[in-house]
Design a protein around this ligand. Structure first.
Ligand code: MF3
Ligand code: CO
Length: 255
């Protein structure tokens, strides 16, 4: 696990800032009728205009995976993560999570945001989106120097499980820095047997709860990437990259 210097944290802040700006810009485009491919183009163009590189494009977690083909992951309703932008048209009542990765001067930004589309989103879906965001904030609250890593997953699951949500277990958050995925894995559920390490000032973590309105079980579609809920129920995904301090963490992926 790598502790970052003040200078490195400045670079990470810049890489994440591009994403935070995009999440604001995208608000006016997330409307019924737009395709996920059009959104991906806006994202790619903006990252390039800021001198960054869309880091998901061409990314492959191992040689058995085909390289990821787009600049963002756009996952609608039952799609949990890694939705490939394409001809899918957003409809009134959808929820859509947008996960963006940047690389700026060798440092990675990584964050995700779940939007509601139009005026007729069901209360269940609105609650899912809001509660997933609140769970991320609860996790960020406990992520400080001296806490054990598993307090993050504990905060998420103690908030969401009593409310009846499914917590996806097959994917998790991660350290982030000069690589998109660094040690340690950051679980979204509580495992009392995987306590540590203790968090240290200067560690940078991407915390990313993936939460469903039904089962926590997921599967990957034949495109090799798109992860969907096994029961077809909607899912939300929020992610922030944060720096551990001895007080409140610094959230990098905000403006
Ligand atoms: N934000 C995701 C992650 O942290 C997305 C990476 S998958 C990619 O793992 F292929 F799109 F890059
Ligand atoms: Co991530």
């Amino acid at each position: 696990m790598i502790v970052k210097s003040v200078v490195e944290i400045e670079y990470l802040k810049k890489a994440n800032r591009i994403i935070a700006e995009l999440f604001e810009i995208l608000k006016k485009y997330i409307k019924p009728g737009i395709t996920t491919k059009e959104l991906d183009k806006i994202i790619e163009d903006y990252i390039l205009s800021k001198g960054g590189v869309p880091s998901f494009k061409g990314y492959s977690p191992g040689k058995h995976y085909k390289p990821y083909p787009a600049s963002s992951c756009i996952s609608v309703n039952e799609e949990v993560i890694h939705g490939i932008p394409g001809d899918r048209v957003l409809k009134d009542g959808d929820i859509v999570s947008i996960d963006i990765g940047t690389n700026l001067s060798g440092y990675y930004g990584d964050a995700a945001y779940t939007y509601t589309v139009g005026e007729n989103v069901s209360l269940d879906k609105q609650r899912l989106v809001n509660d997933t965001y609140l769970a991320l904030m609860k996790a960020i609250e406990v992520a400080k120097e001296g806490s054990y890593l598993n307090e993050i997953g504990k905060a998420i699951s103690f908030f969401l499980t009593p409310r009846g949500y499914g917590i996806v277990r097959d994917y998790c958050g991660h350290g982030v820095g000069k690589s998109l995925h660094e040690e340690p894995p950051v679980l979204n559920y509580y495992d009392p047997k995987r306590k540590g390490p203790k968090l240290k000032k200067g560690m940078v973590l991407a915390i990313e709860p993936m939460i469903t309105l039904g089962t926590y079980k997921v599967k990957t579609l034949d495109d090799g990437w798109t992860v969907v809920t096994l029961d077809g129920k909607p899912a939300a995904h929020w992610e922030h990259s944060i720096v551990i301090t001895d007080g409140e963490p610094i959230i990098l992926s905000v403006i």
